[in-house]
Design a protein around this ligand. Structure first.
Ligand code: NAD
Ligand code: G6P
Ligand code: MN
Length: 442
């Protein structure tokens, strides 16, 4: 009999949990699963998802052992993989991350600018705690982490847990490559071979070919130049109007460097005035998500629990669900699949900080990711990346040293922020808002 894998989903109460479980079930031939456990530190948030998934799995996959718990020992014992997607502070704090900077006409975003820095200061401790539980109870397990802000979390784990089996990942390049494949009329993004470099939520494609080596960039560029990535696909997560606007805006980011294709997140650093001008200071993406994804997921769970059956109920699976299964397969079966991951640079980008966490293609096997060399990068990208990586490092310094000064420097250095005075005002409000979550700064 083939070996089956035991998985713990940390952040069991996440809106993405049902989608990931469904994806695991869809992929169970390729990646056989014996046990799925949910773990969360908030029982009330996790319970509806746990109860609904118990009913759904009992009906559709009774062979899978399923449970949910808030007890770390129970959650992390006897497992092969942790899939982690926690949000320390929940959407209530995301809303503050977005709204506080906007008050000062600065970008208000989940992972970019002061909002991302604030979220980073909350996430680091939560992710380290889960990693430590995993190492204590299942020392051979791998943690696939997509808890945001991935750039800051990755820098923190590089620095504080350098030998841990954690891989930090992001689904944005995957989602964009799905769109590119659609633009090109390809069956799958896996028909493309890409070269890409940058930081998380801060990168560029430099080459995209098909498997025979044919250059696909000219056709993609012609599209992106006119429409950005605004092409209808079945992507559930990014179908909201605000995401469509982001996809369209990629054309203005592209205009700045027509040699490459940009990640959509670069708009927050390069078109920050326009982004702020188009933001609604009273109703941000956190409000949109609370009014849509969160309501839908928990609503469906309640329906399942009330009926005692999941018949006819479904959950959307996002781009990252497949990506996680691909990564887990690569680690479990040594597939050497080529994937974009967040890894220590170590010379892969030749003229860039060796200690930076960069997002680049890697071949993934049972020993983990083997990064591919991306060579030298141009001055424009190098300058932007050096500034941004400094922001991320200063944030981690601030968390480790409990340093007000370093966090002020981090916010000031962010390209989204016009100056030190406004940075200090934003910081002081963020400290007040985050007093239950951040280390006390001095
Ligand atoms: P959510 O608020 O619905 O769920 C997060 C869950 O984490 C909650 O149930 C919460 O109680 C739990 N949690 C918080 N702190 C915890 C801790 N210390 N230990 C255990 N559980 C804890 O959030 P969501 O919108 O579903 O997103 C989940 C995470 O996934 C976020 O960090 C989001 O940014 C991230 N995400 C990342 C990517 C990527 O590209 N890397 C893609 C999608 C989502
Ligand atoms: C993309 C990014 C994630 C981010 C998500 C936000 O998928 O890669 O890192 O968490 O978008 O989506 P949301 O729908 O919550 O705004
Ligand atoms: Mn991401």
């Amino acid at each position: 009999m083939r070996r089956k894998f035991n998985i713990t989903i940390a952040g069991g109460g996440s809106t993405y949990t049902p989608g990931i479980i469904l994806m695991l079930m869809e992929e169970c031939e390729r990646f056989p699963v014996g046990t799925i456990k949910l773990y969360d530190n908030l029982a009330s948030r996790q319970e509806p998802i746990g109860k609904a998934m118990e009913i759904l799995l009992r009906e559709r996959h009774p062979e899978v052992k399923f449970s949910y718990t808030t007890d770390p020992e129970e959650a992390f014992t006897g497992i092969d993989f942790v899939f982690a997607h926690i949000r320390v502070g929940l959407y209530a704090m995301r809303e503050k991350d977005e709204k506080i900077p906007l008050k000062y006409n600065v970008v208000g975003q989940e992972t970019c600018g002061p909002g991302g820095i604030a979220y980073g200061m909350r996430s680091i401790g939560g992710v380290l705690e889960i990693l430590d539980y995993m190492e204590k109870y299942s020392p051979n397990a791998w943690m696939l982490n997509y808890s945001n802000p991935a750039a800051i979390v990755a820098e923190a784990t590089r620095r504080l847990r350098p030998n841990s089996k954690i891989i930090n990942i992001c689904d944005m390049p995957v989602a964009l490559e799905n769109i590119m494949a659609n633009i090109l009329n390809l069956e799958s993004r896996k028909e493309m071979i890409v070269r890409y470099y940058g930081l998380n939520h801060f990168g560029w494609w430099t080459s995209i070919t098909d498997k025979s080596g044919k250059d696909l960039m000219p056709e993609l560029k012609a599209f992106v130049k006119e429409k950005g990535y605004a092409k209808e696909t079945e992507d559930y997560q990014h179908r909201a109007q605000s995401w469509k606007d982001t996809y369209l805006m990629a054309k203005d980011v592209y205009a700045l460097d027509p040699d490459t294709l940009p990640n959509t997140y670069l708009k927050y650093y390069l078109l920050q005035d326009e982004v702020v001008a188009h933001s609604n200071k009273e109703y941000t993406r956190a409000n949109e998500v609370m009014d849509s994804r969160e309501k839908e997921v928990f609503g469906t769970c309640r329906e399942i629990i009330e009926k005692g059956s999941a018949e006819g109920c479904n959950f959307a699976t996002g781009a990252h669900a497949t990506f996680i299964v691909d990564l887990a397969c690569a680690l479990a079966f040594n597939t050497k699949e080529r994937m974009l991951l967040i890894v220590p640079n170590n010379g892969a980008i030749v003229n860039f900080d060796e200690d930076a966490m960069v997002e680049i293609p890697c071949l993934v096997g049972s020993d983990g990711p083997e990064p591919l060399t991306m060579g030298r990068i141009p001055q424009f990208q190098k300058g932007l990346m050096e500034q941004q990586v400094a922001v991320e490092k200063l944030t981690v310094d601030a968390w480790i040293e409990h340093s007000y000064q370093k966090l002020w420097q981090a916010i000031t250095l962010s390209k989204t922020v016009p100056g030190a005075k406004v940075a200090k005002q934003i910081l002081d409000e963020l400290i007040e808002a985050n007093k239950d979550y951040w280390p006390e700064l001095h």
